[in-house]
Design a binder for this molecule. Structure first.
Ligand SMILES: Cc1ncc(COP(=O)(O)O)c(C=O)c1O
Length: 336
């Protein structure tokens, strides 16, 4: 499969001993995919290595990227497309008033000089005909556009996380870590699906637990096995019975995708205070909030070894200033 190299790999696998001690176990490690480096890092860099590999090898000259106003995919795609000399068209959806907040990823996308079309979408991933209309217009202009699936969750995108599984397995061997569980945030589901496909094929010994930040568990229980089957056939791997291996929670979304929750705020503060690591307000913060809750409820055993995949996204923190600054550090003490 064609691949371009952008990420600095392997990303570190680090003990989060202070966090672990604060929570009274389990042993927690962070897999630092926030440090994939390109365009400020995050999980999308691994996906884009394979997606852009295909785009370049098939001669596309324009990338259409759908996403929310604070889309990390849009930031990273625009930056890597610039590097490759491709045109990039961002189609960003959400409530119109959100576009007024030009901070965070949106600021960076402006700096990258990306063409941005704003679409009033509810739910945020329903773009109506806007994407196809833009594609047709670009084709009429003589361009060869490639429409990225939302979140880059195509088999190429999944391949990035099948590869990441091999990287993690080797790190665990070298660092004598025997993980029971791997936690990851689920948005469009490609990262989780790639990790699951990687795990099913590589005898890793851990369960892949996904914390959804947008879609319902019922939707994902149907969608992820489809992704895994599709990815497995294109990547020439076995899909096994993915349905029986799903571990997915949707209780930590809050009011909606992107809406701050108290637990997310507290998780962001706690991890910054204990480990000096910045989570993001949309994905990794909610995933951490879910992981903490499952530890506190005893669903994750205190003696387990848990890896938290930090998928990046911290530039969005700057768009959430008013949500985040109100919470005092005293709230962190409520978690115990
Ligand atoms: C920071 C961050 N974490 C996690 C995810 C979720 O990845 P996926 O869409 O593959 O489920 C995203 C997707 O946008 C993201 O930007």
């Amino acid at each position: 499969m064609p691949r371009l190299r952008f990420a600095q790999l392997p990303t570190p696998l680090e003990e989060a001993a202070n966090l672990s001690k604060y929570l009274g176990g389990p042993r927690i490690l962070f897999k630092r995919d926030d440090l994939t480096a390109s365009a400020l890092g995050g999980n999308k860099v691994r996906k884009l290595e394979f997606i852009l590999g295909r785009i370049v090898s098939e001669g596309y000259d324009t990338l259409i990227v759908p996403g929310g106003y604070q889309s990390n995919m849009a930031r990273i795609s625009a930056a890597l497309a610039n590097k490759l000399g491709l045109n990039v068209e961002l189609v960003l959806g959400g409530a119109p008033e959100e576009a007024i907040n030009n901070n965070g990823n949106l600021l960076l996308e402006h700096l990258l000089g990306a063409n941005i079309t704003y679409v009033n979408t509810v739910p945020r991933w329903d773009f109506g005909s806007a994407l196809d209309d833009l594609k047709e217009k670009l084709q009429a202009d003589g361009l060869k556009p490639y429409l990225l699936p939302l979140g880059g969750s195509s088999p190429e995108g999944m391949a990035g996380y099948v590869e990441a599984t091999l990287e993690l397995k080797e790190q665990c061997r070298l660092q004598s870590v025997k993980p029971d569980r791997l936690f990851v945030a689920i948005g469009s589901g490609g990262t989780y699906s790639g990790l699951l496909l990687g795990a099913l094929n590589n005898d890793v010994g851990y369960e892949v637990t996904g914390i959804s930040v947008s879609r319902t568990r019922d939707y994902l229980l149907e969608k992820v096995p489809e992704n895994v089957d599709h990815g497995a056939s294109l990547l020439d791997m076995k899909s096994f019975s993915a349905s029986s291996r799903l571990s997915i929670y949707d209780e930590y979304i809050g009011d909606s995708y992107g809406a701050m929750t108290d637990e997310c705020k507290e998780a962001i503060q706690l991890v910054a205070k204990t480990e000096g690591v910045f989570l993001d307000p949309v994905y990794s913060g909610k995933c951490m909030a879910g992981m903490i809750d499952l530890i506190q409820k005893g669903e994750v055993g205190r003696k387990e070894t848990v890896i938290f995949l930090h998928t990046g996204g911290w530039p969005a923190l700057f768009a959430y200033e008013s949500d985040l600054i109100k919470t005092s550090a005293a709230n962190v003490a409520k978690i115990a």
